[in-house]
Design a protein around this ligand. Structure first.
Ligand code: URA
Length: 440
């Protein structure tokens, strides 16, 4: 096989077979295929696409390109949940402990935030002492004892995705359905769980800006998961507005704890309950309605709080921060951002809110950047709310007052105040299973 011939074939809309995909992926990981040829291939895929079989083959080849997790010492069915990323998305910190409190185990490998989106590892590491670097045997022991543990991906897991994602990031080829589907699902398959619920975001803060594209991505990923022998479904959820009110690491942990106590913001609570119901359903705990009621009751009783605290302790963190969230980091300087005019919030550019939070120190623009765990934004007004000029739209927290002006400018560009909002928002748009999509 010559890489040149494969690029030529894909450029003309040809279909790559498993052997060709195998040689391409293994050759690239081994350093035998240079970045410039793989860049050309990624661009050819961007224009020509891949059929479902090609996407599945690419996923399997990527999943097996390095180490895979061995979860065999964990008893019972292991569930996983993946979000395609967003702003204020702290759902893992809520859903994991919630389903674990109902006897369903989650052995979770999470990522870090980059750009406008946050990452679960950063949020957890805002808890003093907590580590997300844990050897495999201890990780499995914690999952067996507590019901949940969250770690980062080990060094040599899915190296094909690490290389390809970095290449796509600088060659304008991230936004390709088969490339996103194979990137996400290769990591899910390597992580070794039995059942996977995908939270595919749609809207201004998501990779997929339209419902149609989000459903197409979800269908592809669910088909790959099922084809690999996993139980898999997806919810299409809203990311046209930040999720919950807190954006920023320690602030999001605090909001997650409030939600686990049944006192969280309505949008976050609703999405978490639906995701949890689907995880419990895939784990065989009952019908989707029964699972929904179980999740609601567990949240009302605050059962997940103790599980989260136990997980924090098992991972070396100070669990008293979960019982008393006032102990979590909070940046010393505060600014109120005020509404410039009267009206209703008719649009929020969610990505812009994430960028403003990162500008306060809560996120990174480069992988090497450090994070200020106590920095971030607390939203007081969201889509559809009425405001008068001078009302507080949001509170900013930072460790350096000089960061406020630029972040405020970016934030205010993201809020559009106008006449009555045109549409009622939905939180969950559709559920996608191997049978197809059901719209709500
Ligand atoms: N998240 C991933 O892990 N990969 C993509 O390609 C896009 C989002």
């Amino acid at each position: 096989m010559r890489m040149y011939d494969l690029i030529e074939k894909k450029k003309r809309g040809g279909v790559l077979n498993r052997q060709e995909i195998h040689e391409m992926v293994s050759g690239y990981v081994a350093g035998e295929i240079p970045d410039y040829q793989m860049s050309a291939m990624m661009m050819a895929v961007w224009f020509q696409g891949m059929n479902r079989q090609e996407t599945a083959d690419l996923t399997m080849e990527m999943a097996c390109s390095g180490d895979t997790a061995d979860l065999s010492s964990i008893e019972g069915i292991k569930v996983d949940k993946h979000s395609t990323g967003g702003v204020g998305d702290k759902t893992t910190l809520i859903i994991g402990p919630l389903v674990a409190s109902l006897g369903v185990k989650m052995a979770k490998m999470s990522g870090r935030g980059l750009g406008h989106t946050g990452g679960t590892l950063d949020k957890l590491e805002s808890i003093p002492g907590l580590t997300t670097v844990i050897p495999g045997d201890r990780f499995c022991r914690i999952v067996n004892e507590v019901g949940i543990a969250v770690i980062g991906q080990s060094g040599n897991m899915v190296p094909a995705d690490k290389k390809l994602y970095a290449l796509r990031d600088v060659t304008a080829t991230v936004d390709s359905l088969p490339l996103i589907a194979s990137s996400i699902m290769s990591k899910k398959l390597a992580a070794g769980s039995d059942a996977i619920v995908l939270d595919v975001k749609t809207g201004s803060g998501a990779f997929m800006k339209t419902l149609e594209d989000s459903v197409a991505l979800a269908r592809e990923m669910v088909a790959i998961g099922n084809g690999a022998g996993k139980k898999c479904c997806a919810l299409i959820t809203d990311m046209d507005v930040p999720l919950g009110n807190a954006i920023g690491n320690a602030m999001e942990v605090e909001e997650a704890v409030q939600t686990l106590r049944g006192q969280g913001p309505a949008d976050l609570t609703e999405i978490c309950l639906q995701l949890a119901a689907n995880l419990l359903f895939l784990a065989g705990k009952g019908t989707i309605e029964q699972c929904g009621s179980m999740a609601e009751q567990a949240m009302r009783e605050g059962r997940g709080v103790r599980v989260l605290a136990d997980m924090v302790k098992a991972q070396g963190g100070d669990e008293s921060c979960i019982y008393d969230t006032g102990k979590l980091a909070r940046a010393p300087f505060r600014r109120e951002v005020l509404a410039p005019s009267d009206g209703f919030i008719i649009h929020i550019d969610t990505e812009g809110c994430g960028i403003a939070s990162a500008m306060l120190g809560a996120g990174r623009t480069k992988k090497e950047d450090s994070i200020d765990y106590g920095a971030g934004i607390f939203l007081h007004k969201k889509y559809g709310d009425a405001v008068r000029a001078g009302d507080v739209l949001a509170e900013f927290f930072a460790s350096d007052e000089r960061l406020f002006d630029q972040a405020e400018k970016r934030f205010l560009q993201s809020y559009v105040i106008g006449g009555l909002p045109s549409k009622a928002r939905k939180l969950v748009y559709a559920r996608v299973t191997e049978e197809g999509a059901v719209y709500f």
